[in-house]
Design a protein around this ligand. Structure first.
Ligand code: IPM
Ligand code: MG
Length: 353
């Protein structure tokens, strides 16, 4: 099994180190893997002048799965758009056709107080956001800034084809079928034609999934319902831009975005796995970052790409144990728990494994 490792920028390398220790501990006959490390994001810009160098593209294509830390930082924010670290992320998603982004938001009972919402609103929360990742306004043409009537006009295009909607819809219905059998599709059909098509296609697909209850919600209402009564949701499916926003919102229901893994899959379950959080330049290199989202991303990789469900569960149970034992990085710390750094958190997970 070939794993392409892309530590990236900021806290990326630190959290990746801990995830790799966890994977190493699980090495065995059914999980015999090699790692190829490559550059992405700002560190790739510094070394090669581009955020997604040819060598990285080659390594990513040759791998069965990709494990990514995080990209970006203030150092690169003023570069031309083509050279910004985020471009590396968008390029790898597009090139490898990783259209299905799965972002679970699970509240671990021990962290109920870390959420800014009342514990009774979030206790037991377990949502899966399925975000389309290679279409929509992120990639739509035309795009740009042009002169019109003596002023600058910025424009982007929201566009979805029926086949793009259908393939993400199927992923979402399948996921709902394996969970609580409820799927909420989020759109803005009262204003945007592209999302009227989204809704129509979701309704068409639902005929093949009579066991899954499909509902629809406008995105503004969905944003409101997520903080009002988040437990009403099981699986949510939405486009690239709405999914970007709603998944950040959902992450904070759980107390810390530092806890949330994600998977971005192609049609054959080749996947890119990364924490939902960013590169946290303010704490980079200090050994303070929470490695759990990356460790949990490695668990998702074992589940979705390598079909090693038992090993994925071992990692997830180890993380639960560590939280129950009171270990906390700064982002989830509260009085009465034990504050640890990145490496100590990794040590604790290894011990629990
Ligand atoms: C995410 C991020 C990216 C996105 C950025 C960094 C391009 O916010 O993965 O959610 O918008 O998709
Ligand atoms: Mg985002």
């Amino acid at each position: 099994m070939k794993i392409c490792v892309l530590p990236g920028d900021g806290i990326g390398p630190e959290i990746m180190e801990q995830a790799l220790r966890v994977l190493e501990a699980l090495r065995g006959d059914d999980f015999n893997f090699e790692v190829e490390t490559a550059l992405i994001g700002g560190s790739a810009v510094d070394a090669t002048g581009t955020p997604y160098p040819e060598a990285t593209s080659k390594a990513a294509k040759a791998a069965d799965a990709i494990l990514l830390g995080a990209v970006g930082g203030p150092k690169w924010d003023t570069l031309p758009r083509e050279q910004r670290p985020e471009r590396g992320l968008l390029a790898i998603r597009k090139e490898l056709n990783l259209f299905a982004n799965l972002r679970p938001a699970i509240l671990y009972p021990e962290l109920a107080n870390a959420s800014t919402l009342k514990p009774e609103v979030v206790a037991g929360l377990d949502i899966l956001i399925v975000r389309e990742l290679t279409g929509d306004i992120y990639f739509g043409q035309p795009r740009g800034v042009r002169e019109e009537n003596g002023e600058r006009v910025g424009f982007n295009t929201m566009v979805y084809s029926e086949s793009e909607i259908r393939r993400i819809g199927k992923v979402a219905f399948e996921a709902a079928r394996k969970r609580g059998k409820r799927l909420c599709s989020v759109d803005k059909m009262n204003v945007l034609e592209a999302t009227q098509l989204w809704r129509d296609v979701m309704i068409e697909i639902s005929a093949d999934y009579p066991d899954v209850e499909l509902s629809h919600m406008l995105v503004d209402n969905a944003a409101m319902q997520l903080v009002r009564a988040p437990k009403q949701f099981d699986v949510m499916v939405t486009g690239n831009m709405f999914g970007d926003i709603l998944s950040d919102e959902a992450s904070m229901l759980t107390g810390s975005i530092g806890m949330l893994p994600s998977a971005s899959l192609d049609a054959n379950n080749k996947g890119l796995y990364e924490p939902s959080h960013g590169s946290a330049p303010d704490i980079a290199g200090k050994g303070l970052a929470n490695p759990l989202a990356t460790i949990l991303s490695a668990a998702m990789m074992l589940r979705y790409t390598f079909n090693l469900e038992a090993k994925a569960l071992r990692i997830e149970n180890a993380v639960k144990k560590v939280l129950a034992a009171g270990y906390r990085t700064g982002d989830i710390y509260e009085a009465g728990t034990r504050q640890v750094g990145t490496k100590e958190m990794g040590d604790a997970v290894l011990a629990a494994l």
